[in-house]
Write a protein of this length. Structure first.
Length: 310
């Protein structure tokens, strides 16, 4: 992708900053981020001549102005936490749904070519029909998951009503460099790595036999760009298509770090799902394939990054 005008909401966050770094040299990038969870330091070159950073909240931003002359939008800004959404469902809806509808209206007004939306496997809820296909009924169990499912439906309706092109990417468990280990709601891999690097017990919620489908952030970046280039309108799972128990994940992280610490088992968290595994065949619609055999090398790269920041 070259010589495009691109808007990235949440572009200072974990995934958004990786997308910005990848596209910055060959395209004009505008980032809108209120920095509630993102950090300018996530960007390799925040002073790049092709980059404009707007430190604002989508809910109060003049999006009609910011979407002028934009070719593509990568929409990642969100309250991206199940526990936080359970604590603050109204705020979750305002941030994730209302702001998205506002962005879609502006995209239509300014003839944006396509929007790529960051959704979540959380929309499947406790659906046990593994591996999960995009055609499965949505069974969200948290306000966060409901908000993502709602946004997907708004995207579909804006495509059918106004002709706005879109792809919604349902991320499974994303990991990689730049994940915030200091967040109260940090994901499991950075929690494990940071705890063990600091000589502390890592926490496992529940019995650890819950399974997840992990996907590297570099593959998520490729998925976003592939979706943007494709003419596919619809939903796509972004995952490895392989399942891993949390207990096994802990053993891999522990062995990678050479630690002998045992985990600290805590009660299950409200809203968390037990099992998650993606059917990844629909990635063919955006010309994407993910190699799950790279997991341990990707995990090692993630560990090495955390060693440089802790």
């Amino acid at each position: 992708m070259k010589n495009k005008n691109i808007l990235i909401t949440g572009g200072a966050g974990f995934i958004g900053s990786h997308i910005a770094d990848k596209l910055m040299d060959d395209n004009k990038i505008t980032i809108i981020d209120n920095l509630s969870t993102g950090n300018i330091k996530n960007l390799k070159n925040p002073d790049h001549e092709n980059l404009k950073i707007i430190e604002e909240d989508l809910r109060t931003s003049n999006l009609d102005e910011y979407t002028k002359d934009i070719d593509y939008i990568f929409h990642l800004a969100a309250m991206a936490s199940v526990p936080l959404s359970v604590e603050n469902p109204l705020e979750c809806n305002e941030i994730n749904v209302n702001a998205t509808v506002k962005l879609l209206k502006s995209a239509v007004k300014n003839d944006v070519e396509k929007i790529v939306f960051s959704s979540s496997s959380a929309v499947y809820g406790e659906n046990r029909n593994m591996p999960l296909k995009e055609t499965e009924p949505l069974m969200p169990t948290s306000p966060y998951a409901v908000s993502k499912a709602s946004c997907e439906m708004y995207l579909k309706s804006f495509h059918e009503s106004y002709g706005l092109n879109y792809t919604a990417l349902r991320y499974f468990n994303v990991f990689g460099p730049k994940q915030d280990k200091n967040s109260q709601y940090a994901a499991v891999i950075p929690n494990f790595i940071s705890a063990l690097l600091e000589g502390n017990q890592a926490i496992i919620y529940g019995d650890g036999e819950q399974t997840r489908d992990f996907v590297y952030v570099g593959d998520v970046v490729r998925a976003n760009i592939a979706a943007c280039k494709s003419d596919y309108n619809g939903v796509v799972n972004v995952a490895s298509g392989e399942k891993l128990t949390i207990n096994r994940l802990y053993e891999i992280v522990k062995d990678t770090l050479g630690s002998d610490l045992k985990p600290d088992y805590q009660p299950e968290r409200l809203g968390d799902i037990k099992h998650s595994l993606a059917d990844v065949r629909n990635m063919e619609n955006i010309n994407l394939k993910i190699d799950s055999s790279d997991f341990e090398s990707q995990l090692s790269e993630t560990v090495n990054w955390f060693k440089t920041v802790l």
